[in-house]
Design a binder for this molecule. Sequence first.
Ligand code: SF4
Length: 454
Amino acid sequence: MKRTKRTPKVRIHIVSLGCAKNLVDTEVMAGVFAVGRFSLVADPAQANVYLINTCSFIHDAREEGEDEIGQALRWKKKKKGRRVVVAGCLPQRSPEEVHERFPDVDLLLGLDDVPRAAEMIESCLEGNVAETTITGAPATFLYDHDSPRLLLTPTSFAYVKIAEGCDHRCTFCAIPAIRGPQRSRDIDSVRIECERLVDSGIREINLIAQDTTRYGADRTDGATITELLKTCDQIPGTYWLRLLYTHPRYVTEDLLATMAQAEHILPYIDIPLQHINDTMLQRMGRRVSNEETIRLMEAIRSTCPGITIRTTFLVGFPGETDAMHRELMAFVESFRFDRLGVFTYSPEPGTPALNLDLPPVPQETADARREELLELQQGISQAHNDVLLGETLDVLIDERVGPGEFLGRTKADAPDIDNCVHVSGPEGCLELGLVPVKITGTDPYDLYGDVIVT
Ligand code: SF4
C-alpha cells in the first residue's frame, strides 16, 4: 500500500526572547510540542502557529516582545487560520494588558501552562477558548529531568535550570512577582539531566537560576549549591560546568573552595554586584555592603587564582548622585573585572523602588553613566585580551560561520553574554568541540586565532 506523507497539523514557529532561563522554558515547550507531533519550522511562512516566549524584566525587554507580537499579528493577517500565541513573563505579569493592546492574539500561555502548551494550542486551532492558568497567583511550575526538552542551543553547550523563582526582594526587580518564590529541583534530578547531556556529547553545561547560590534553601533535604556542584563534578566525561547568576551575599568560602578543587567546574563566576556605594546597595535591597563586597571579591581572587569574574552594574537608580557614580567608576578601575555589563534603571510596575521618595535620575544621565562605565571597561578588557596574544587556549567551537571559519569560546566566556573567539581552522572543528587555538589577534571584546593542527 502506498503511504502518503501527511503534513503535521501544527507547524509552529517559535521566537524565544530574553535570558537563558526563559530559553529553557522555550526548550521544554518545544519538547512538549515534539511529543505532541508538532513540527517546528524556522520559516514563519511555513507555519500556522507563531509562538513568542516573552521576557518582561525591564522596559526594553517588554518593548522587544511587543514589537515581535506586532510582527506576528501582521503575519497572521496574511492567511486564514493562522494563530498567534504569546507565552512567558509578559502575559504572566499582565494578561489584561496584552489582551488590551493586542486583541488579535489568540492564546496566552502562563508559566504554569508550559506542560500542557500542546493541548492548549490544538484546542485553540480548533476554535476553542483555552483556559490559561494565569490567575495572578505566583507561578509554581518546575521542570525536571523527565520533562520533554528539545535543546535549541548549538550542539556544544546547554543550560540546566536548577531552580525557578526568587525569594530576594531587590527593590528594582519584578522577577519574584512574575516567577514566584524560589523552588529548587532535587540534586538527583539535576545530576541525571547533566549525565544525559554529557552522554549526548554536550561539552559545556551552564547551571542557571535567578540566584544559583540560594539553590536548595527552599528544600528540606539540606541540598546546597556546593553539594550540587560536587555531585555534578563527579560525572565522568569531557565537559565544562559553569556557574552563572550568583548573589554576592551567598557566595561562601566553601563554595569557592569547591570551585577551586573541582575537575570540571570552570574558574569562572558570574556575580552581579549592581553597585558599590553603600547607600545605593541598601536602597536596592541587595543586603550586602561595600566592605563585604570588596572582601568577597578579594576572597574570590585569592581562593581561585586566575578565575574570570563577570559582573553587572545598574546605573541611574533613583537618588544616584555623581559622587556615587564616581565611586563606582573608581571601583571598576581598581578592581579590573574580566567581564562587565551595565543596565540603566527601568522603573518597573509593582516594585518597591517606585515608592522610594528619591529624585529620579534623568534618562540621559543614566545613559551617559552607562556609556562611561562601558568605555572604561573597554580599555580594561583590551588589556586583558592583549596578554593572551601568542598563547594557546582551549576553545569550544559553537558555530561554523563560513568555509574554515568558526566561532568559539574560551573557559573565560559564557555563551551569549561574553566574548567570542573567531577561529580559522580545518573543516570538522565543529564536530571536535574543544580545540587548541593559538591567539593571533585581539580587540576589546573578542579574540582571533588559528587552530593548532596536530
Ligand atoms: S536576586 Fe534580586 S535581581 Fe536577581 S532575580 Fe532575585 S530579586 Fe531580581
